[in-house]
Write a protein that binds this ligand. Structure first.
Ligand SMILES: NC(=O)c1ccc[n+]([C@@H]2O[C@H](COP(=O)([O-])OP(=O)(O)OC[C@H]3O[C@@H](n4cnc5c(N)ncnc54)[C@H](OP(=O)(O)O)[C@@H]3O)[C@@H](O)[C@H]2O)c1
Length: 274
């Protein structure tokens, strides 16, 4: 199974589908990441706040897949905003991961009320300049946060990782990203599993002989999203990349567009993080 890579605005690439490890205990992260790498995944999404960078790094070290074929993302947490704090947080993440660089380093949330994301971004620019993160990006940023980075800093983020699934397709933000060369990465792509029992998705799964999860992941891929489904279940980890042998047609996409209720599973970025 070979997963396509998509180009980023800094001449690097990222696998379009990777494994997310939020809410996965450190030791379970090791086995999930090993299973994923063996199945053909080449992208892993962790964060300092997930408390499993060590377990993730252990899997990368133990895997027979060479380091330079694995795309590793981690993120700076809300309490580490600010230039010096973010540099220190990055050192700690790298050390827990047991790596000498990451492929993508993200600001996890803008924490707009604290107003330190611009200085935090300058730290990420320094980390990239030093070659310790190949790419830098943000997560949970909205258009005003992105515009502020454009106005006050030097580098346009390569990626914005946002909550995105059929209930919350984020059309406006995706169009803004496309206009500015920012790749859209979808977190909670299955709405944390909450969309798997949806009747419309169930019908499409029957039509294509695929599971509900596979239909949703295919929808993301056809939209051009980078997608990072989480699972600790080996069969599901394997099934979630078996999505490159079928295609949703326009009627399917129209039916899925009808699920856009605006419902979030996570917090609103303007209100989260103090
Ligand atoms: N940047 C951010 O602020 C942010 C926030 C949230 C998430 N994320 C990232 O996005 C990743 C994914 O989001 P998520 O963890 O919220 O949820 P998700 O990927 O939308 O859904 C995961 C849930 O669906 C289940 N599942 C996965 N594949 C399945 C399948 N084929 N059939 C049936 N059930 C399946 C999983 O169960 P099992 O594990 O039990 O198999 C788990 O309960 C996270 O791990 C993290 O890397 C980022």
């Amino acid at each position: 199974m070979s997963i396509p890579h998509i180009p980023l605005n800094d001449a690097t690439t990222i696998p379009q589908l990777g494994l997310g490890v939020w809410q996965v205990p450190d030791d379970v992260a090791t086995s999930a990441v090993l299973t994923a790498l063996e199945a053909g995944y080449r992208g892993i999404d962790t964060a300092a706040a997930y408390n499993n960078e060590s377990g993730t790094g252990k899997a990368i070290a133990e895997s027979s897949v060479p380091r330079d074929e694995i795309h590793v993302t981690t993120k700076v947490w809300n309490t580490d905003h600010g230039y010096d704090s973010a540099l220190r947080a990055f050192d700690a993440s790298l050390s827990r991961l047991g790596l000498d660089y990451v492929d993508l380093y993200l600001i996890h949330w803008p924490v707009a009320g604290r107003d330190a994301y611009v200085d935090t971004w300058r730290a990420l620019e320094k980390i990239k300049a030093d070659g310790r993160a190949r790419s830098i990006g943000v997560s949970n940023f909205h258009i005003p946060h992105l515009r502020r980075l454009f106005d006050e800093t030097d580098i346009i983020p390569s990626v914005n990782q946002i909550e995105l699934h059929p209930n919350l397709p984020q059309d406006e933000l995706r169009a803004f990203h496309a206009e500015h060369g920012i790749a859209t990465e979808a977190w909670s792509p299955l709405a944390s599993g909450e969309l798997l029992g949806d009747a419309t998705i169930g019908e499409l799964a029957g039509k294509h002989g695929k599971s509900a999860a596979q239909v949703i992941l295919r929808w993301h891929l056809q939209l051009g999203n980078i997608v990072i489904p989480k699972s600790v279940t080996p069969e599901r980890i394997r099934a979630n990349i078996d999505v490159f042998d079928f295609e949703l047609d326009q009627a399917d996409l129209d039916a899925l567009a009808g699920l856009a209720t605006g419902r979030r599973t996570g917090p609103h970025p303007d209100q989260f993080g103090g």
